[in-house]
Design a protein around this ligand. Structure first.
Ligand code: SAM
Length: 180
């Protein structure tokens, strides 16, 4: 287990990609990230929605607006590990065993255009296949491999709502509802 893992979304444009960015944050939370950092436009409403998911389904996802490159540089200069997800990188299953886990880890995902400096500042440029696809898919596959099966099976101790998955229906346990 690494000391801390945050996901940094670069180049967020409010009004253009809120849904995909929300999905990124939801994957980050569900699969065990400690924080979700947004570089680009500010979006308080998105953070409120994410906090509401954590209130109901548990876990604590810190949400913050940061400067993209400046935050990345500060993270690396202070001894952190930065992993950039990019189709131009090294295959993720080969890269993961080499990545240090004893430092805070920042997973960087791009938006429309990724500045060239990101490739240089990050110690690891990692590909989830070398085809262009989605940052959401890349993050989910990377985190599942990083944490092992525990990522997609994660449960949160402080959850109020617990979903019991069953074939052909769903069971929702509301731990604050005495009538259940
Ligand atoms: N054209 C953009 C650029 O300048 O690199 C990339 C756009 S892509 C839709 C958005 C993000 O998805 C990328 O920055 C990267 O983080 C992620 N991504 C897409 N395909 C990937 C892959 N095969 N492996 C890892 N990450 C990927």
């Amino acid at each position: 287990m690494s000391e801390r893992l945050d996901v940094l979304r670069l180049g967020y444009r409010k009004g253009r990609d809120p849904r995909i960015t929300t999905h990124l944050a939801l994957v980050a939370r569900a699969m065990g990230a400690d924080g979700f950092l947004l570089a680009g436009d500010e979006d308080k409403e998105m953070f409120d929605n994410l906090n509401s998911v954590s209130d109901r389904f548990g876990g604590q996802l810190d949400t913050n607006h940061v400067g993209g490159l400046s935050h990345l540089k500060k993270h690396v200069e202070s001894g952190g590990v930065a992993v950039h997800l990019t189709m131009y990188g090294e295959p993720f299953r080969k890269a993961i065993p080499k990545i240090r886990r004893d430092r805070p880890v920042l997973i960087v995902v791009g938006g429309a255009k990724v500045p060239g400096d990101v490739y240089k500042i990050c110690q690891y440029n990692v590909a989830v296949g070398n085809q262009p696809h989605s940052e959401v898919a890349a993050l989910a596959l990377f985190m599942d491999a990083w944490f092992g099966e525990s990522a997609s099976e994660r449960e949160f101790d402080d959850a109020r709502l617990i979903i019991e998955g069953v074939n052909g229906g769903k069971l929702v346990h509301d731990l604050e509802d005495d009538s259940e």
